[in-house]
Design a protein around this ligand. Structure first.
Ligand code: COI
Length: 357
């Protein structure tokens, strides 16, 4: 398939934000986007990079009624000497295809989309912020667009990628966040769509998220939907607990998102010789470890959140402070290491980082 590039006129270019400290997350988008369409007859076709634009959709289309969609989140980093770096981006595209299979949507060609994504990032490279911790967030999205109200998989789709400069996901930045354990609502159950990166999982999380915010907490920590006791994940990240010298995170058993930062952290810890296990553990185990002093650190991992230390866990009316409520040494070391390799500042022993310019 041919990729057409239709650049925006110089006079139509939008102003690029100049104050990285005010970027926040997900509010500003660049001058261009990638788009292509799918039909049963033609497969994926009409691939182009063109000026950022609104989508025109039939009000009956599948995604608006039945949520048939999947998305990804990844970043491009501007390193020293202005080099532009991507981190494991093909793994994001592979995960997108896994989400597409679960949501009965056509898979994308990873080589083709990887190439288009790099061209888009380079065309809008002036939008990649320079400040530490800031990056160009890349959001691929696929939506079902059949104008039909019957419940069945769509036969026509739009795939697009938008990009925009971002700072820290949480207003706290890298400072520790507080999380609220939901024992009332659940996010996903095994056999459902919890392991797909699809809007429905986020829709299911909104009410609990709103209640947590009202109580002064940043995020919700989800427990498993059946026993309501095993730790699953946090709203926008996977989560790790350090019990004495061992780090534990929940296994990928179908209801949690297979995070790429999660997998990276497991591999980094193994390389460093830090014991790390994927196992089921309950909120009761976490609370009793906190009480005995065995709970040394808690941190979330995600593309948007990077490494996000947790200071406080709220469960059933009680606040539990993790260690001294400050960022722990392991969280700090992981954060520094990940950023160093993502920005091309230090050699990447894993082969995850690709310089694209
Ligand atoms: C990410 O970490 O990139 C995510 O997609 C999480 C979120 C902002 C939905």
């Amino acid at each position: 398939m041919e990729l057409r590039v239709l650049p925006v006129e110089a006079s139509q270019k939008k102003p690029i934000p100049t104050d990285d400290a005010k970027l926040g997350f997900g509010r500003v988008f660049s001058d261009h986007m990638f788009q292509m369409e799918y039909s049963t007859a033609k497969g994926w076709h009409n691939a182009r990079i063109e000026p950022y634009h609104e989508l025109s959709l039939d009000p009956a289309c599948t995604v608006l009624h039945y949520g048939q969609e999947a998305f990804e989140g990844l970043k491009a980093y501007r390193g020293d000497q202005d080099g532009i770096f991507l981190f494991r981006h093909r793994d994001n595209l592979r995960r997108m295809n896994a989400s597409c299979r679960r949501l009965v949507m056509p898979e994308i060609d990873i080589d083709f989309v990887s190439d288009a994504l790099k061209k888009l990032v380079l065309l809008d490279r002036d939008w990649i912020p320079r400040s530490p911790g800031c990056a160009l967030y890349i959001r691929p999205n696929i939506i079902g667009v059949d104008p039909f109200l019957g419940v069945k998989p769509a036969e026509s789709f739009i795939f697009y990628i938008i990009v925009g400069p971002v700072g820290a996901y949480y207003p706290e930045g890298f400072n520790p966040v507080s999380i609220w354990v939901s024992d009332r609502y659940v996010r996903a159950v095994r056999g459902g769509i919890g392991e797909a990166k699809t809007g429905g999982n986020y829709a299911a999380s909104l009410l609990a998220q709103k209640e947590a915010k009202q109580k002064g907490f940043s995020q919700v920590l989800w427990l498993d939907a059946i026993h309501r006791k095993y730790i699953e994940e946090v709203g926008t990240m996977n989560i790790f607990f350090m019990f004495d010298d061992e780090v534990a995170t929940s296994p990928l058993d179908g209801s949690i998102l297979p995070g790429i930062t999660r997998d990276s952290v497991i591999q980094i810890l193994r390389k460093w010789g830090v014991p790390v296990v994927e196992r089921k553990f309950s909120i009761d185990e976490v609370i009793s470890a906190q009480k005995s002093g065995a709970l040394k650190e808690v941190f979330g991992t995600g593309t948007a959140a990077i490494i996000s230390p947790v200071a406080t866990i709220h469960y059933q009316g009680h606040n539990y402070t993790v260690a001294d409520g400050k960022t722990g040494p392991l969280s700090q070391r992981l954060y520094d290491f990940l950023l160093d390799i993502q920005y091309g500042r230090k050699p990447d022993p894993f082969g995850w980082v690709e310089r694209i310019d």
